[in-house]
Design a protein around this ligand. Structure first.
Ligand code: OGA
Ligand code: MN
Length: 276
């Protein structure tokens, strides 16, 4: 499978998610194929450029051809993703990235997309998995679509921290409870009309359901959305530049050692669709 435009060679890696795009740095920097890349990203959830081997400045320049950068993400649009406290002070919080999630679930406009570039890799582990939440929604039985159509889910930072620290102290819980929570629909109806499932590690409970039913439903739908047919697993090579559509996927890193040296440089594109 593949689609060739003037400057891009697009190779789909699974039926529902993940495409490799082959092109050169100048084409990406020119922005001439930006609309094509955005369209491919929305259809395929994840696109990547193998071993592109660009600089931070080039990463930021390419990001700017695709959308608006989120500011205050560290210096010059580059934020360092590492589980090592010496590299990133928020390493403890970033451990939540090992569990299925999308970024910015607590924000009014969740990030549109994220660019991640592999700077250093762990010898073992550290692949990143993505699932297509559009495809997962589309394939749900009609009875489930009816069941969840109007449901709303409260998301919280506290909930995602239980994955990282299952036995949080009172002080830790109090700290995380200071972050505001946010109610989101379980089904996101996008401006395009397409619908995707909204789940992830911050999904705390379904409003109006008994607690057991709420937990069971959230787990059942996560199991559904993360079945192999909706998942692309990226085995990184140094220099890879990967982009995910944060509005139509969930992702997680596979475990890797905190002191492995794994380092990713991240650039975030601002959300364009409100989530209310
Ligand atoms: C992130 C994230 C996964 C990874 O940067 O938001 O979840 O593989 N990263 O580092
Ligand atoms: Mn993430």
């Amino acid at each position: 499978m593949g689609l060739t435009s003037a400057q891009l060679d697009i190779v789909d890696l699974t039926p529902t998610i993940g495409s490799e795009i082959r092109t050169d740095i100048d084409t990406l920097l020119s922005g001439g194929e930006a609309a094509n890349i955005r369209e491919t990203l929305e259809q395929r959830g994840v696109v990547f450029f193998r071993g592109l081997d660009i600089s931070d400045e080039q990463q930021v320049a390419i990001a700017k051809t695709l959308g608006s950068l989120v500011q205050n993400e560290g210096e010059e649009g580059i934020y360092k993703i590492s589980l090592d406290k010496n590299v990133n002070q928020r390493a403890e919080y970033l451990k939540g990235s090992l569990f299925w999630h999308f970024d910015g679930s607590l924000q009014p406009y969740p990030n549109l997309a994220t660019l991640l570039r592999a700077v250093k890799l762990s010898e073992t582990g550290g692949e990143t998995e993505f699932c297509n939440t559009y495809a997962a929604y589309d394939d749900l039985p009609q009875s489930d679509k009816d069941l969840i159509a109007e449901l709303r889910v409260v998301h919280s930072a506290e909930r995602s921290q239980y994955y990282v620290t299952p036995e949080m102290s009172y002080d830790e819980i109090s700290f995380w409870q200071k972050s505001p929570t946010k109610a989101c629909p379980m089904v996101w109806t996008h401006q395009s009309g397409r619908k995707s499932l909204l789940l992830g590690a911050t999904a705390d409970y379904v409003i109006g359901l008994p607690v057991e039913e709420s937990r069971a439903l959230l787990a059942r739908l996560r199991d559904w959305a993360t079945q192999p047919q909706y998942v692309y697993r990226h085995g990184w090579e140094v220099g890879d530049l990967l982009i995910w559509d944060n509005t139509g996927t969930m992702h997680r890193a596979l475990p890797y050692a905190v002191d492995s040296g794994r380092l990713m440089h991240r650039t975030i594109l601002a959300g364009e669709e409100p989530l209310q």
